[in-house]
Design a protein around this ligand. Sequence first.
Ligand code: SF4
Ligand code: SF4
Ligand code: FES
Length: 249
Amino acid sequence: MANKSVIIRIKRQNDPESRPYWEEFELPWRPGMNVTSSLMDIAANPVTRDGKPTTPIVYDSNCLEEVCGSCAMLINGRARMACSALIDKLDQPIKLEPFSKFPVVRDLSVDRSVLFENLKAVKAWVPIDGTYDLGSGPRMSAEEQEHAYPLSRCISCCCCMEACPQFNEHTGFVGAAAISQVRLFNTHPTGKALKRERLAALMGDGGIQECGYAQNCVEVCPKDIPLTRSISEVGREVMKQAIGDLFRK
Ligand code: SF4
Ligand code: SF4
Ligand code: FES
């Protein structure tokens, strides 16, 4: 493998308003390289393939083991995590771009706060705040834990939203991650206290009916969360509540 090299093309942008541009880098190949380690190599020697000194690439990363969700980007056009994207498994030249549906902060770093706003809108938490001793919560059965665990693996990477054709400024769709968190918290023995409010938040514009069931979300989720199952189950619950509300009027 002597003298093997890795070619990476990166879409860069100096600030949220400026025009994007491309730079190409050639790095010496090392065994076990991934996209994040390649970006570190560029930072150690920020020179383009044609010998022009440049600035290190700005990107997000933290855990380096597909747990924190920060390093999501478009790698050869697919939404995925940079820290787990092995160079040897990617076609070259490798193309790196920031997510297209989120505001660019700089280079490959984007502002994903819309997900956190959506999680707030659907009250994706267990309501146990208080300054007094609440005592121990209800026990969860092994079956309940098995049901909840796959849903609790969400790392807020936003890959599902980037890949979703319905997630755009016209629809205002909350996206699969927030819907799946509604399923998680609505089945939690304490969390379900807010079930009605969560389902109500998914009715109307931007709610669950915006989903076209294209299933791109489940294809790209790095944690294999059963997103389409969540969308079907929560969709049924939303419908049941909407009909019930109609008859109660
Ligand atoms: S099923 Fe399709 S439309 Fe619905 S959230 Fe997933 S990608 Fe988007
Ligand atoms: S559901 Fe999957 S793709 Fe979507 S934010 Fe969570 S981990 Fe990422
Ligand atoms: S650095 Fe945390 S998921 Fe990639």
